[in-house]
Design a protein around this ligand. Structure first.
Ligand SMILES: Cc1ncc(COP(=O)(O)O)c(C=O)c1O
Length: 416
């Protein structure tokens, strides 16, 4: 074991953990569409295949095969809880984050009335706005918007402080936007909300793939993200604290109310996808072992350490992109440097539509999409006229390489 390995992500090793890279189409593609959904780690695919091949039965029961299915699902659920450092009872595994926020908003109906206020931001993906807007419509509560600063596309904490009032029941915000990339000060928002008796629901979908969330330190009331963007199966993960759940309207079958993890499950579990989450723990453990050797650390500690390596690698790549773009007639939404930013860069060009940029990249086998990515309110606020054309988004994952970034920069330069 060398120090080099401890300090730098071994990209060849992590790529070898993703079977997709062995396929011809993926092998020739520089993939920067990760914010839409990442490739899936081989260990997750193995678990998924195992479930479908051997355990695809109604789980739990007296027969051995029924129990095998249940055990694989229990392992998937417990692995995700362990990765996050939370209790399994505090973990809802839903179909998607959109579904989870919708269910949560319904569960919050008893917490608000016509005298309450609910705060959303216009930096968020629609999943964490619309559900709360509809809650306000149903209950008569007032929806307040924490607007972005249109100079920076960022959310200024001072604006939030002036929005927060004794009437504020719930604040719903993103940890980092899927367009802007700036990491928002969730810790400070949680602190302000605690002192105000206000609930906080955080959208970590865009944050988690770049930096594994530290929910025990942040202590939000609810935290959501999507595992199909964190190298796993297509699921929505939702943490809720036990105390918060005790105040909510259950959204499950009445006879399941005694189970914390079922209380907000409005869809019914996708057995195979849950079972396959065990593979995510294997992936983080394998990467940890490769870089740090065998240790008896918890899965949560391993995930945090591995994620720091991934983050440092992505930040280097993001810096390479941002430096490469400097001088080109393009506008980056958000910071043009990597401090306090995730490796997820959206831009518009003075010379080309965003669709044309995406096509130019595609001609060089680079996948990076254009559009509004369901953050329409943000783009409208930033004065982007054609919301369908939207922005070009170059979103990184830890398995991207410097050579791939060179291809992106080279293509954009050649077309400007
Ligand atoms: C920031 C953000 N929030 C929420 C969502 C919705 O997640 P899901 O597709 O799991 O509903 C997305 C999806 O792209 C997203 O990028």
């Amino acid at each position: 074991m060398t120090d080099i390995k401890r300090n730098h992500l071994d990209v060849d090793f992590v790529r070898s953990c993703f079977p997709t890279f062995k396929e011809p189409l993926a092998a020739k593609t520089a993939f920067f569409e990760n914010a839409g959904g990442s490739y899936v780690a081989g260990a997750v695919l193995d678990q998924l295949m195992h479930f479908y091949k051997f355990n695809k039965v109604q789980p739990y029961g007296s027969a051995e095969i029924l129990n095998a299915a249940g055990e694989q699902m229990d392992n998937g659920r417990q692995t995700m809880a362990d990765l996050l450092g939370i209790r399994s009872a505090d973990l809802t595994l839903g179909a998607s984050t959109t579904q989870n926020f919708n269910t949560l908003a319904y569960a919050c109906e008893g917490l608000v009335n016509s005298k309450s206020e609910v705060v959303v931001t216009d930096q968020d993906h629609e999943a964490n706005i619309g559900a709360w807007e509809r809650l306000c419509r149903r209950t008569g509560a007032t929806l307040k918007v924490w607007h972005i600063n249109t100079e920076t596309a960022e959310l200024d904490l001072s604006d939030f402080e002036s929005l927060l009032s004794p009437k504020t029941a719930i604040v719903c915000m993103t940890h980092s936007s899927n367009i802007v990339g700036t990491v928002n000060p969730i810790d400070k928002v949680v602190e302000l909300c605690r002192a105000n008796n206000t609930r906080v629901a955080v959208d970590g979908v865009s944050y988690a793939p770049h930096m594994w969330p530290d929910i025990p330190s942040l202590k939000p009331d609810a935290y959501c993200f999507s595992t199909y963007k964190t190298y796993g199966t297509h699921m929505g993960v939702m943490y809720t604290s036990e105390e918060f759940r005790s105040q909510l309207d259950p959204q499950c079958h009445y006879f399941n109310r005694g189970y914390g993890h079922k209380l907000l499950d409005g869809t019914g579990p996708d057995h195979a996808s849950i079972a396959a989450l065990g593979g995510l723990g294997e992936y983080f453990s394998d990467v940890h072992q490769h870089h740090f050797g065998s240790t008896d650390q918890s899965l949560f500690e391993k995930a945090q350490q591995v994620s720091s390596l991934m983050h440092a690698h992505e930040t280097g790549l993001c810096n390479q992109l941002l430096e490469g773009l400097s001088g080109l007639p393009v506008q980056i939404l958000g910071r043009n440097h990597t401090e306090g930013r995730e490796a997820n860069v959206a831009l518009t060009s003075e010379k080309h539509t965003s669709a044309a940029l995406s096509r130019q990249l595609a001609e060089n086998d680079i996948a990076a999409g254009n559009g509004n990515f369901y953050a329409t309110r943000l783009l409208e606020k930033m004065g982007i006229k054609d919301i369908e054309d939207g922005v070009l988004r170059v979103s990184f994952s830890h398995y991207n390489t410097t050579a791939e970034v060179e291809r992106v920069v080279g293509t954009l330069k050649a077309n400007h």
